[in-house]
Design a binder for this molecule. Sequence first.
Ligand code: ATP
Length: 307
Amino acid sequence: MSQANVRVPAKINLCLGVGPVRDDGYHPLATVYQAVDLHDEVRATAREDGEITVAVHSELDVRVAGEIAFVPEDDDNLAIKAARLLRERTGVTAGVDLAIRKVIPVAGGMAGGSADAAAALVACNEAWGTGLSRAALETLAARLGSDVPFLLHGGNAIGGGRGETVSPVLARGSYHWVFAMAHEGLSTKAVFAEFDRLNAHRTVRSPEVPDALLAALRAGDAEALGDALSNDLTEAALSLRPELGDTLGIGLQAGALGAILSGSGPTALFLAASEQHSLDIAFALSSTAGCADVVQSRGPVTGARLT
Ligand code: ATP
């Protein structure tokens, strides 16, 4: 039976505005996503007996090897949920073996699980020959999670709703990033709960994407982008993990153009002016107690694609 391989990037949020919790428990978000050069790979091998399985592995990467113990290999895996949803929608009876090669940090605020779900949709659509259009896959993606539609899309995009409505943003340039991965993940749910606790007696306004950030992207101006980076979950994440404040400070001292947490953290992002500059920042971070790993990357890159 047929096989398909898909590469899928991680995401970062250049800004993350968070509004007051809605009746359905979700928070309205106003974000600008960027897909970055840190990829998981999902291989789908169709099988005739209708079984759907997943296996997760990493290659020679000590950090990821430790983290994959936290990735479920049962129906809770988002890649399996994606395969089941596609099967329901198309009526195929075949099964699939999904093999995930993990590089994106687990519970790192870079949407690794959502990335695998986006990749599984594309890979199963190919391996099963179901032929759904990109638009049809995006509709399914939105049902799987807030970040999944963007990870099909890639590039830069504005995210609204709870993150699942993706619209294009005018952007130029390619940016140099340094990512500082923490020793232990942070639960997105716990960070939002802390956000609600901290804001219980404050007025939380409807979130907006800052004009300065959009102008920086339109101009391809890394310095202005560094100044415009923002994340409304910072206070909550730092309240749960105060040492992340030190990591952000060390990157800024090393001259980063901007420093924020990625999504709900704990991965910290640093914008550099050049390849050499990102090397200097990475070097400064590499001896920091709170960093399990430091990775240089580029963005934007394309979304989930067959290889
Ligand atoms: P986000 O940025 O979307 O909030 P995250 O990057 O912080 O998420 P993920 O790596 O997506 O976090 O994983 C969160 C949890 O989801 C994990 O702890 C794990 O239990 C579960 N999970 C389910 N499927 C996967 C998968 N394919 N890869 C990673 N985690 C998965």
